[in-house]
Design a protein around this ligand. Structure first.
Ligand code: HEC
Length: 222
Protein backbone atom coordinates (compact mmCIF):
# COMPACT_ATOMS: atom_id res chain seq x y z
CA UNK A 1 0.00 0.00 0.00
CA UNK A 2 1.22 3.38 -0.77
CA UNK A 3 -0.20 6.85 -0.15
CA UNK A 4 -0.75 9.27 -2.96
CA UNK A 5 0.53 12.65 -1.94
CA UNK A 6 -0.80 15.48 -4.02
CA UNK A 7 2.11 17.10 -5.80
CA UNK A 8 2.88 20.74 -5.16
CA UNK A 9 1.49 22.77 -8.06
CA UNK A 10 4.36 23.82 -10.31
CA UNK A 11 5.33 27.51 -10.24
CA UNK A 12 3.50 28.21 -13.50
CA UNK A 13 0.20 26.80 -12.21
CA UNK A 14 0.56 28.83 -9.04
CA UNK A 15 1.00 31.94 -11.17
CA UNK A 16 -2.16 31.10 -13.11
CA UNK A 17 -4.08 30.63 -9.88
CA UNK A 18 -2.97 34.04 -8.65
CA UNK A 19 -4.11 35.54 -11.93
CA UNK A 20 -7.55 33.91 -11.67
CA UNK A 21 -8.04 35.18 -8.12
CA UNK A 22 -7.00 38.67 -9.16
CA UNK A 23 -9.31 38.58 -12.20
CA UNK A 24 -12.18 37.42 -9.97
CA UNK A 25 -11.63 40.42 -7.71
CA UNK A 26 -11.59 42.77 -10.66
CA UNK A 27 -14.75 41.23 -12.15
CA UNK A 28 -16.58 41.67 -8.86
CA UNK A 29 -16.75 45.39 -9.56
CA UNK A 30 -18.62 44.68 -12.82
CA UNK A 31 -21.52 43.06 -10.92
CA UNK A 32 -24.93 44.58 -10.39
CA UNK A 33 -25.29 47.83 -12.24
CA UNK A 34 -27.87 49.03 -9.69
CA UNK A 35 -25.27 48.97 -6.94
CA UNK A 36 -23.15 52.06 -6.60
CA UNK A 37 -19.54 51.32 -7.41
CA UNK A 38 -16.78 52.37 -5.13
CA UNK A 39 -15.60 55.89 -5.89
CA UNK A 40 -12.05 56.75 -5.08
CA UNK A 41 -11.59 60.46 -4.45
CA UNK A 42 -15.16 61.35 -5.49
CA UNK A 43 -14.46 65.06 -5.14
CA UNK A 44 -12.47 64.83 -8.36
CA UNK A 45 -15.48 63.91 -10.49
CA UNK A 46 -18.30 65.34 -8.40
CA UNK A 47 -17.63 69.04 -8.69
CA UNK A 48 -19.75 72.13 -8.34
CA UNK A 49 -18.44 73.39 -11.68
CA UNK A 50 -20.29 72.61 -14.92
CA UNK A 51 -18.79 71.01 -17.99
CA UNK A 52 -19.23 72.86 -21.28
CA UNK A 53 -21.90 70.49 -22.64
CA UNK A 54 -23.58 69.74 -19.29
CA UNK A 55 -27.26 70.53 -18.64
CA UNK A 56 -27.66 73.80 -16.76
CA UNK A 57 -31.23 74.84 -15.95
CA UNK A 58 -30.05 78.37 -15.09
CA UNK A 59 -28.45 79.01 -18.44
CA UNK A 60 -30.58 80.66 -21.15
CA UNK A 61 -29.46 78.08 -23.71
CA UNK A 62 -29.63 75.16 -21.29
CA UNK A 63 -25.98 74.12 -21.37
CA UNK A 64 -23.02 74.92 -19.17
CA UNK A 65 -21.18 76.87 -21.81
CA UNK A 66 -22.74 80.31 -22.23
CA UNK A 67 -22.60 82.60 -25.22
CA UNK A 68 -20.24 85.47 -24.33
CA UNK A 69 -21.86 88.94 -24.41
CA UNK A 70 -21.32 90.83 -27.67
CA UNK A 71 -17.96 92.57 -27.89
CA UNK A 72 -16.27 90.29 -25.32
CA UNK A 73 -12.54 89.75 -25.89
CA UNK A 74 -10.16 87.36 -24.14
CA UNK A 75 -7.86 88.71 -21.43
CA UNK A 76 -4.77 90.40 -22.93
CA UNK A 77 -6.34 90.34 -26.38
CA UNK A 78 -4.73 92.85 -28.72
CA UNK A 79 -6.72 93.53 -31.84
CA UNK A 80 -4.77 93.68 -35.10
CA UNK A 81 -6.58 95.97 -37.46
CA UNK A 82 -4.21 96.22 -40.44
CA UNK A 83 -5.70 94.54 -43.50
CA UNK A 84 -3.76 91.81 -45.33
CA UNK A 85 -2.86 94.04 -48.30
CA UNK A 86 -2.41 97.30 -46.40
CA UNK A 87 1.38 97.24 -46.65
CA UNK A 88 1.74 101.00 -46.05
CA UNK A 89 0.21 100.69 -42.60
CA UNK A 90 2.33 97.58 -41.95
CA UNK A 91 5.53 99.38 -42.97
CA UNK A 92 4.72 102.14 -40.50
CA UNK A 93 4.69 99.74 -37.50
CA UNK A 94 7.81 100.03 -35.38
CA UNK A 95 9.46 97.31 -33.35
CA UNK A 96 8.75 98.12 -29.69
CA UNK A 97 11.66 95.98 -28.48
CA UNK A 98 15.36 96.78 -28.40
CA UNK A 99 17.57 93.87 -29.43
CA UNK A 100 19.03 93.07 -26.01
CA UNK A 101 20.59 89.70 -25.41
CA UNK A 102 17.34 88.41 -23.82
CA UNK A 103 15.24 89.63 -26.73
CA UNK A 104 17.57 87.98 -29.24
CA UNK A 105 17.57 84.77 -27.21
CA UNK A 106 13.76 84.77 -27.22
CA UNK A 107 13.73 85.53 -30.95
CA UNK A 108 16.14 82.68 -31.60
CA UNK A 109 14.05 80.27 -29.54
CA UNK A 110 10.82 81.21 -31.27
CA UNK A 111 12.38 81.33 -34.74
CA UNK A 112 13.83 77.87 -34.19
CA UNK A 113 10.42 76.67 -33.03
CA UNK A 114 8.08 78.16 -35.61
CA UNK A 115 10.02 79.34 -38.66
CA UNK A 116 13.02 77.03 -38.93
CA UNK A 117 11.11 74.12 -40.45
CA UNK A 118 10.51 76.10 -43.65
CA UNK A 119 12.95 79.01 -43.61
CA UNK A 120 15.97 77.05 -42.40
CA UNK A 121 18.45 77.51 -39.58
CA UNK A 122 20.21 80.33 -41.42
CA UNK A 123 17.11 81.91 -42.94
CA UNK A 124 18.12 80.91 -46.46
CA UNK A 125 14.87 79.01 -47.11
CA UNK A 126 16.39 75.54 -46.85
CA UNK A 127 14.15 74.26 -44.08
CA UNK A 128 13.73 70.57 -43.29
CA UNK A 129 10.33 70.50 -44.93
CA UNK A 130 11.86 71.42 -48.30
CA UNK A 131 11.58 69.86 -50.89
CA UNK A 132 8.33 68.24 -49.71
CA UNK A 133 7.01 71.77 -49.34
CA UNK A 134 7.71 74.64 -51.73
CA UNK A 135 10.98 76.29 -50.81
CA UNK A 136 10.17 79.64 -49.20
CA UNK A 137 12.02 82.77 -50.32
CA UNK A 138 15.25 83.58 -48.49
CA UNK A 139 14.96 85.93 -45.55
CA UNK A 140 18.46 87.17 -46.41
CA UNK A 141 17.50 88.72 -49.76
CA UNK A 142 17.97 92.38 -50.66
CA UNK A 143 14.20 92.62 -50.68
CA UNK A 144 13.96 91.54 -47.06
CA UNK A 145 16.97 93.65 -46.05
CA UNK A 146 14.99 96.62 -47.31
CA UNK A 147 11.70 95.61 -45.69
CA UNK A 148 11.00 97.52 -42.46
CA UNK A 149 10.47 95.44 -39.31
CA UNK A 150 6.77 96.22 -39.47
CA UNK A 151 6.42 94.53 -42.84
CA UNK A 152 8.00 91.30 -41.60
CA UNK A 153 5.82 91.51 -38.50
CA UNK A 154 2.79 91.91 -40.74
CA UNK A 155 3.77 88.83 -42.75
CA UNK A 156 4.09 86.74 -39.60
CA UNK A 157 0.84 88.15 -38.21
CA UNK A 158 -1.28 87.83 -41.35
CA UNK A 159 0.50 85.14 -43.35
CA UNK A 160 1.39 85.47 -47.01
CA UNK A 161 0.53 83.15 -49.87
CA UNK A 162 1.45 79.60 -48.84
CA UNK A 163 2.73 80.73 -45.47
CA UNK A 164 0.13 80.53 -42.70
CA UNK A 165 -0.22 83.29 -40.15
CA UNK A 166 1.24 82.89 -36.66
CA UNK A 167 -1.10 85.31 -34.91
CA UNK A 168 -2.55 82.65 -32.61
CA UNK A 169 0.61 80.69 -31.87
CA UNK A 170 3.19 83.40 -31.21
CA UNK A 171 2.52 86.23 -28.72
CA UNK A 172 3.05 89.78 -29.98
CA UNK A 173 6.32 90.44 -28.16
CA UNK A 174 7.79 87.14 -29.31
CA UNK A 175 6.88 87.98 -32.91
CA UNK A 176 8.82 91.24 -32.60
CA UNK A 177 11.71 89.34 -30.97
CA UNK A 178 11.77 86.94 -33.94
CA UNK A 179 12.19 89.92 -36.26
CA UNK A 180 15.26 91.08 -34.32
CA UNK A 181 16.59 87.55 -34.71
CA UNK A 182 15.89 87.58 -38.46
CA UNK A 183 17.94 90.80 -38.54
CA UNK A 184 20.74 88.93 -36.77
CA UNK A 185 20.56 86.15 -39.38
CA UNK A 186 20.71 88.78 -42.11
CA UNK A 187 23.73 90.39 -40.50
CA UNK A 188 25.42 87.00 -40.23
CA UNK A 189 24.85 86.50 -43.96
CA UNK A 190 26.11 90.01 -44.75
CA UNK A 191 28.70 90.58 -42.02
CA UNK A 192 30.00 94.02 -41.30
CA UNK A 193 33.76 94.53 -40.85
CA UNK A 194 33.45 94.62 -37.05
CA UNK A 195 31.65 91.25 -37.09
CA UNK A 196 34.44 89.33 -38.81
CA UNK A 197 36.52 88.78 -35.67
CA UNK A 198 33.64 87.26 -33.72
CA UNK A 199 32.60 85.17 -36.67
CA UNK A 200 36.16 83.98 -37.23
CA UNK A 201 36.39 82.86 -33.61
CA UNK A 202 33.21 80.88 -34.17
CA UNK A 203 31.33 82.65 -31.39
CA UNK A 204 28.26 82.75 -33.55
CA UNK A 205 27.53 79.61 -35.43
CA UNK A 206 23.95 79.40 -36.50
CA UNK A 207 24.32 75.76 -37.48
CA UNK A 208 24.57 75.02 -33.75
CA UNK A 209 20.89 75.87 -33.64
CA UNK A 210 19.86 72.97 -35.82
CA UNK A 211 17.51 70.96 -33.61
CA UNK A 212 18.04 67.22 -33.25
CA UNK A 213 15.19 66.55 -35.64
CA UNK A 214 17.46 67.87 -38.40
CA UNK A 215 19.52 64.73 -38.04
CA UNK A 216 16.47 62.55 -38.53
CA UNK A 217 15.30 63.81 -41.90
CA UNK A 218 13.93 60.98 -43.96
CA UNK A 219 14.96 62.14 -47.37
CA UNK A 220 18.55 62.69 -48.59
CA UNK A 221 20.16 65.95 -47.66
CA UNK A 222 20.24 68.56 -50.39
C1 HEC B 1 5.01 76.28 -43.50
C2 HEC B 1 6.27 76.87 -43.90
C3 HEC B 1 6.58 78.26 -43.36
C4 HEC B 1 6.73 78.62 -42.05
C5 HEC B 1 6.62 77.74 -40.82
C6 HEC B 1 7.06 80.02 -42.05
N1 HEC B 1 7.10 80.48 -43.32
FE1 HEC B 1 7.55 82.35 -43.91
N2 HEC B 1 7.15 81.86 -45.82
C7 HEC B 1 6.82 80.61 -46.27
C8 HEC B 1 6.54 80.66 -47.70
C9 HEC B 1 6.15 79.50 -48.59
C10 HEC B 1 6.67 82.02 -48.06
C11 HEC B 1 6.41 82.63 -49.43
C12 HEC B 1 4.96 83.02 -49.40
C13 HEC B 1 4.47 83.63 -50.68
O1 HEC B 1 4.79 84.80 -50.93
O2 HEC B 1 3.75 82.92 -51.41
C14 HEC B 1 7.07 82.73 -46.86
C15 HEC B 1 7.33 84.09 -46.82
C16 HEC B 1 7.84 84.75 -45.72
C17 HEC B 1 8.27 86.13 -45.74
C18 HEC B 1 8.21 87.07 -46.93
C19 HEC B 1 9.39 86.77 -47.81
C20 HEC B 1 9.30 87.41 -49.16
O3 HEC B 1 10.35 87.50 -49.82
O4 HEC B 1 8.20 87.79 -49.59
C21 HEC B 1 8.73 86.42 -44.48
C22 HEC B 1 9.28 87.73 -43.97
C23 HEC B 1 8.58 85.21 -43.69
N3 HEC B 1 8.05 84.22 -44.48
C24 HEC B 1 8.93 85.10 -42.37
C25 HEC B 1 8.61 83.99 -41.58
C26 HEC B 1 8.81 83.94 -40.16
C27 HEC B 1 9.48 85.01 -39.32
C28 HEC B 1 8.34 82.74 -39.75
C29 HEC B 1 8.22 82.22 -38.34
C30 HEC B 1 7.33 82.94 -37.48
C31 HEC B 1 7.84 82.02 -40.92
N4 HEC B 1 8.04 82.82 -42.01
C32 HEC B 1 7.32 80.76 -40.91
C33 HEC B 1 6.76 79.47 -45.52
C34 HEC B 1 6.81 79.43 -44.14
Amino acid sequence: MYKITPPNPPAKARGNMLFIILAAFLLMSCGKKSMPTLEYMPDLYRQASLKAQEWDPHSPNGVGMRTPPAGTVPVNFEPYTIGLLDTNAANALTNPLTPTEEVLAAGRKYYNTFCVVCHGVQGDGKGYIVPKFTMPPSLLSDKLLAWPDGRIYHTVTMGQGLMPNYRQQIPTDKRWAIIHYVRALQRAAHPQPQDSLQMATGRFNFMDDAPDTAKAVLWPKR
